[in-house]
Every structure is written in structure tokens, then in C-alpha cells.
Write a protein that binds this ligand. Structure first.
Ligand code: SF4
Ligand code: SF4
Ligand code: F3S
Length: 366
């Protein structure tokens, strides 16, 4: 029988109204790049009593990734744990501890072989047999190697798990390694959800995609879900009109900074960082969430493999997109302001607008 949104909505729990529930499902469909016709399927999946078992391992991490997930408010963490997934093991959120928790992990892996999702936050140290990060006296390297082959899929959440992040910064004394590097010869599907911390809604949408379609979302060449990482932050930044008009903060706290001008000259890496922070806010500090640039902090490219933890903080980002106009400014190295650039800018803006329109018209494309 065709799943029915209204019926599904009636069965939802924890006091979420039907209106909010349908809004939530519609938002999830939109963030996956799907039309509203998929809402009934998503509604049926998220209200299904069949919840995928999730085992969450932590390597070299700071707990920020889990903290970010704890701050979700649509759904809340209790909605997530009780309604969407069956969280079998998480060192941060376990009710039990010690032998009890380890025993439960082993039992759960045995009972859910080939069916559970393995989530990993933090990098995995490989130097000296992995002794620099141990859980219950065992290197997390060994735990990952034993657990991953039995999982249906692996989600590496956060830039530490996806790229090595903080722990892998030079000189990387522990041999901190990304999860996909450890598993590359094992033929196990790995999804990277980078960010420091990562946007929890990208993780949730990946899980809901798996619940709804029984497969992982389409990934780019860095194993990131395309629905979240196919656009640069700069493309949808709320300060973009200031960039295009040449209005920049020159120093923290100056008049431009107080006026909400573009943060490019303060080292904002939005022009070379692929992520959806500027459209899917998170952090829960307001009704619409938040993101670094909205608070006046330049994006430091936390989710980009070769930007966040390798570029100097105040270095100017490369601007490679054909549209910005660079109209009245000389902010971009090699670009000068003036009438000529203004003309190029208008042409560039027109080309960019056309490109966006074409992508939108082609329903088969991402
Ligand atoms: Fe912490 Fe960032 Fe690493 Fe997550 S990605 S564990 S928030 S340092
Ligand atoms: Fe926004 Fe940064 Fe781009 Fe300026 S440079 S428009 S602050 S993303
Ligand atoms: Fe990270 Fe930049 Fe988004 S610092 S959280 S990718 S705005």
C-alpha cells in the first residue's frame, strides 16, 4: 500500500505536530535535492518501527562532533535515538560503561552482522601499532579493523575522521589517519561528513536517505554526499552582496566588521570550501540555527581536506568561480577594480546566473 503522509504523521511520537512533521520531511527531501513527491516515502521511513542499529566508535577526537549532534533541534537527539536509529554503542552516550558496554557492543555486532551502520568520529592513530588511542585496553585501530567489515556501511563524521583533522596536523606524531585510508582495501562503503564540527543535519539526512531508500546517497570523489557538499559556501553566503560590491571588514571590530561586511580580507575560506553551512544552519543558538560567518567569524575551511588545517588562518582564499563580478574592488589577488572589471563582472554574473538556471532546469542533474 502507498505510504500516506497523514497516516504516518499520526503515528509520530514525542509531541511533534503533524504540521512540523511534514515540514521536517519536506525539508529533508529538499536537502537531498528531491521533490515533494518523495515526502510520503520519507515519512514512512522515519516512522517505521524498523530502526537501523548504529554503533558509534570514537578515535582521536574532542567530542565536538557528538556535541554538535546533541544540539540538533529538528529532530532532537532523543527523537533521533529513540525514533530513527537504534544507538547500540557510543562511548559518549552509553548508559553503561566498562565491561558492560564492551560486552553489549560485541553482542550487538554479532546480532546485526551486515546490517548495522558504523559511525566513527576522530582520526585513527596507526604509529606504534595504534597505542596512542585505546578503548578498554585495545587500540581503536584494531577495533575499527574488526568492526568495519561486519557493517553495512561506515560514516566517518567530522574532519578528523574524514581527513585526519587536528590530530594529523604536522608533524602528526601519532600517525593519525583518516578512516577511509584504513579501510581502503577492504571494499567497505565509507561516507565522509567532514566539518569541525560537522553539520549534524548532513549526518541525519544521510541516515534518513539510507532509511528511505536502503542505500547511501550519491557521493562525490571525496566520498562526501553530493546533496551537502556540491556548492561553495561563498555561493550562498549572506555577505556575498558585500563581496560583490567591494565592501570588506579590514580588521576584527572595525566599522566594516560591525556593519556585517564580507570577511574575505580576514581570511574567509568560503570561496574554496564546499559545504552547505550558509544554507543549512546548525548550532541551535537561534530558531534558524547559526553558522560561523553569521557570527562574524571567517569560515576557515574546516570541512575542506586541504584548506582547514593546512592554510594559514589569514591567507586569502583562491577565488576560482566564474561569478563573482569583482566589480568595484581589488580584494582578489591579481584583480583590479574599475570600469573594465565592472563590465567583466556584469558579464560574469550573467554567465553564472545562466549556469544556475540550467542546472535547475535539468531535473536529471544533481
Ligand atoms: Fe573535534 Fe573537530 Fe575533530 Fe570533530 S572534527 S572531533 S569537532 S576537532
Ligand atoms: Fe561570505 Fe566569506 Fe564569501 Fe565573504 S568571502 S561572501 S564572508 S563566504
Ligand atoms: Fe566550517 Fe566554514 Fe562551515 S569553518 S562550519 S565550513 S562556514
Amino acid at each position: 500500500m502507498e505510504p500516506n503522509v497523514a497516516d504516518s504523521a499520526k503515528t509520530q511520537v514525542n509531541g511533534v505536530s503533524r504540521r512540523d512533521f511534514i515540514k521536517f520531511c519536506t525539508g529533508v527531501a529538499a536537502s537531498m535535492g528531491l521533490s515533494a513527491s518523495f515526502v510520503p516515502e520519507i515519512a514512512a521511513a522515519v516512522t517505521s518501527p524498523q530502526r537501523p542499529p548504529v554503533i558509534w566508535l570514537s578515535g582521536q577526537e574532542c567530542t565536538g562532533c557528538v556535541e554538535s549532534l546533541l544540539r540538533t533541534d529538528h529532530p532532537t537527539i532523543d527523537n533521533l535515538i529513540f525514533d530513527l536509529i537504534s544507538l547500540e554503542y557510543s562511548e559518549t552516550l552509553n548508559a553503561g560503561s566498562g565491561h558492560q558496554a564492551e560486552h553489549h557492543r560485541a553482542m550487538s555486532i554479532e546480532a546485526n552482522k551486515g546490517k548495522f551502520i558504523l559511525v566513527v568520529d576522530g582520526a585513527i592513530p596507526v604509529k606504534d601499532g595504534g597505542v596512542y588511542c585505546q578503548i578498554a585496553g585495545k587500540p581503536v585501530l584494531d577495533i575499527l579493523n574488526e568492526t568495519a567489515p561486519q557493517a553495512a556501511a561506515v560514516i566517518a563524521i567530522g574532519s578528523c575522521a574524514a581527513w585526519g583533522g587536528v590530530a594529523a596536523a604536522s608533524p602528526n606524531p601519532t600517525g593519525a589517519t583518516p578512516v577511509h585510508e584504513i579501510l581502503k582495501d577492504k571494499g567497505i562503503p565509507v561516507v565522509n561528513i567532514p566539518g569541525c564540527p560537522p553539520n549534524p543535519y548532513n549526518f541525519l539526512t544521510t541516515v534518513i536517505h539510507y532509511l528511505t531508500f536502503n542505500k547511501l546517497p550519491a557521493l562525490d570523489d571525496k566520498m562526501r554526499p553530493k546533496f551537502a557538499y556540491s556548492r561553495r559556501i561563498h555561493e550562498n553566503c549572506e555577505r556575498r552582496p558585500h563581496f560583490d560590491a567591494g565592501r570588506f571588514a579590514e580588521e576584527f571590530g572595525d566599522e566594516g566588521h560591525r556593519q556585517g561586511y564580507c570577511l574575505y580580507k580576514l581570511g574567509c575560506k568560503g570561496p574554496e570550501t564546499f559545504n552547505n553551512c550558509s544554507t543549512v544552519h546548525f548550532g541551535g543558538v537561534s530558531s534558524t540555527g547559526c553558522w560561523p560567518v553569521a557570527t562574524g567569524a571567517p569560515c576557515f575551511g574546516c570541512s575542506e581536506e586541504n584548506v582547514g588545517f593546512s592554510s594559514p588562518l589569514f591567507a586569502k582564499a583562491k577565488v576560482t568561480s566564474p561569478t563573482p563580478p569583482f566589480a568595484f574592488n581589488d580584494a582578489v589577488p591579481g584583480q583590479k577594480g574599475g570600469a573594465k572589471n565592472f563590465a567583466y563582472g556584469v558579464a560574469g554574473a550573467a554567465i553564472g546566473a545562466t549556469a544556475v538556471a540550467l542546472v535547475k532546469k535539468d531535473g536529471k542533474k544533481e
